[in-house]
Design a protein around this ligand. Structure first.
Ligand SMILES: [Zn+2]
Length: 390
């Protein structure tokens, strides 16, 4: 098997919206330090990205918007395009920092397309809310959309994007909504209860791309078992029918029960189970090609570093068992950054990630969501929405 690529450079920490903003780059720093301290990165070269150029940014964004982002820090607060808001504050060199995030995910895509790696991970990426002409939800440039567009240009014509962030992957869905070559699947907290307010099961794409947008809106407080039940009821069948050549996954971890910005109830163990499943699906249905990116996650000390260390480890086939203790050098680092943080003892939340598969006759709110999604899109893929074997 080809080696897996890990894209990282400390320069990515420059995407910094300020100390009071939830999207704090310390989460990336602590993740890489934890992965290193556990030996996950031993003998793994870290690939250093270049900023994406205008030609690649234009794949997902308008020239007018790029100009606005470049001018924004000098122009002041009223620059439009969603910039200079509480969610998307202006910061020095924001164009350069956001371009480097895109470059990071693009480098992962390039490694896969050129056959240098079968899998790649870019934890700094996953800025799935950025729109063609507008910043949104802490995201300035949409690295996911740029990378998928670039992969299409390389000749791939079946790319699946699976978004496990607690928020709807609205920017990526919008970018490819009429394009039959891209299947976007997003599982998220129900839009009635959370930003960005989209991602209903009735959003299925349009025109030639009808059925190629898939949304699974889950009720607040859905935990590991319900989430995994929904995932297994929807995602594997669609990937089997679609047969992607590349699987791109946005792996936001704001679905965790301790996340301060949302209300799903997953655990670090649930996240680990998701990554292992995504890897298996890439192996089975996407010719082994898997590009994994980060995303949301705002429990900066206790959750993000552990979950994304599991992500990196899974991509590298260096799986970390849940009961592994956190190394003292890392917990000391966290206490130096946040003296009052209660650091968990291991790489686990002690959760059981067992779930019962859909179709066992139970009918709760998660099952209603599953049914709505399956009925909305399964027939468009030649699948029977009411047959649990499909
Ligand atoms: Zn999110």
């Amino acid at each position: 098997m080809s080696p897996s690529a890990v894209v990282w450079d400390p320069a990515l920490l420059a995407y910094d919206m300020g100390d009071q903003h939830p999207f704090n780059p310390v989460r990336l720093h602590l993740t890489m330090r934890l992965a290193a301290a556990l030996g996950v990165l031993d003998d793994v070269p870290l690939l250093s990205p270049e900023p994406a150029g205008a030609k690649d940014l234009y794949r997902a964004h308008s020239a007018e918007y790029l100009e606005a982002v470049q001018q924004a820090p000098m122009a002041g607060w009223d620059v439009g395009h969603g910039l200079g808001t509480e969610d998307n504050p202006l910061f020095t060199d924001m164009h350069d920092a956001a371009s480097l995030v895109v470059g990071s995910t693009l480098l992962g895509a390039r490694c896969i397309a050129e056959g240098r790696a079968q899998r790649a991970v870019s934890i700094a990426g996953g800025h799935h809310h950025a729109m063609q002409d507008r910043a949104a939800g802490f995201c300035i440039y949409n690295d996911c959309s740029v990378a998928i567009s670039w992969l299409l240009e390389q000749g791939y014509d079946r790319i699946a994007y699976v978004d496990t962030d607690v928020h709807h992957g609205d920017g990526v869905q919008a970018a490819f909504v009429g394009d039959p070559r891209v299947l976007t699947i997003s599982l998220h907290q129900h839009p009635f209860t959370l930003f960005p307010g989209t991602g209903y099961s009735s959003e299925i794409g349009a025109g030639d791309g009808e059925g190629r947008a898939v949304n699974v809106p889950l009720p607040p407080h859905t935990g590991d078992a319900g989430w995994l039940r929904a995932f297994h009821a929807v995602v594997p069948s669609l990937l089997e029918a679609f047969r992607p050549q590349v699987l791109v996954t946005q792996c936001g971890v704001d679905s965790h029960r301790e996340d301060p910005l949302a209300d799903l109830s997953l655990t670090v163990d649930g996240h680990r189970a998701i990554y292992r499943e995504l890897r298996a699906l890439a192996e089975r249905w996407a010719e082994g090609r898997w590009l994994a990116v980060g995303g949301g996650g705002y429990q900066l000390m206790r959750v993000v570093p552990r979950s994304w260390t599991h992500l990196i480890a899974t991509v590298l086939d260096h799986d970390v068992t849940p009961d592994v203790p956190l190394p003292a050098e890392w917990t000391d680092l966290v206490r130096g950054v946040a003296p009052s943080a209660e650091v968990p003892p291991t790489m686990s939340d002690g959760a059981d990630v067992g779930y019962s598969p859909w179709g066992d006759g139970v009918d709760d709110a998660v099952d209603a969501a599953i049914r709505d999604t399956r009925r909305a899109v399964f027939p468009l893929h030649g699948l029977d929405p009411d047959d649990p074997r499909d």
